[in-house]
Design a protein around this ligand. Sequence first.
Ligand SMILES: *[C@@H]1O[C@H](CO)[C@@H](O)[C@H](O)[C@H]1NC(C)=O
Length: 314
Amino acid sequence: MASKAAAILSILPFALAILDKPVIQPNFPGNGLASLGQGLMDHLAPTHSTWDDWGAGWIPQDCKSLVEGAGLSASDVIPFNIHYDDCAQTWTFCRHKDSPLSEITILDIFGRLPVRMRSFVRHLVFIPGAKSAGSNGDNVLLRGDIDVTVFAHEIGHSLDSHAFDPSYGVPFSTGNVWISNYNLDSAVPDPYAQTSQQENFAQQTVISLYDKVVPGGIGTIQPNWQAIFHQYATLEGYIGDVIIPGGTCTHRLTDSPPVQMSSLAKGRRALGPKPNVALSPEVEEIEAIPMKSSITMTSFDEAGKPNGTYVINL
Ligand SMILES: *[C@@H]1O[C@H](CO)[C@@H](O)[C@H](O)[C@H]1NC(C)=O
């Protein structure tokens, strides 16, 4: 039964509401969270950064597996390191040459998110194609023209696994604290949130971030905020300063090991020195969730409303 449900979800629009609560009325504008993007971009300040390309011919293993799973060539990917002023450890992101998001746009959007929130993800991987995104092994695959709300949602999945005291449940969205507070509310944010507690939690991450950083909070965009209050307030209360801008990174995940982009690369062009992915001694290690053999991608319509899911096998 479980595998049948998963197969249906992989090919259809959101047809199955797994959670038992209705979508909030009135709906958020567009019945997704894309309308929260402008407020977030207006009230989250960018972080100064520099960036540099990786050693020629090398790519992080998880980037390679995600890019090849999506049917693209690892040789068309440019891995790059971002050094943000607020973290001693770089992030290594992978951008396919045809992604509509430039390196500058990527480091601007990611750098606006609170550093303590950024700390919980590894590689962000940018590829061209129909707007969609998914999370796997604390990596995020972002396809097409993705905005800050989707960055925050996908990082939300890693927060769910790492950012809370494990005694409350791992992921947090499966534990008693989350479920009992969910039970006190009358609604969930949108049809995407209805598909599972994990997706609901990730949508609530976007709402909590907005509530904390935009003056006046989520009530400025959702008059019926009381219907989802226990969920986002629980997230805000238990996660503490992780979603508050400022500070520095204290913990990070180790990047996946460098592998050659292609077995042919050796003969065709010079292979640069193998990149060093060791963690800076200034940060403590967070243990990454293992990569699964597939990644579930959520797709979005032109207006940024989540409208379905599909699965990429790696
Ligand atoms: C989602 O919207 C996109 C863009 O409009 C469209 O191409 C795609 O077919 C839609 N997907 C579903 C499952 O409706």
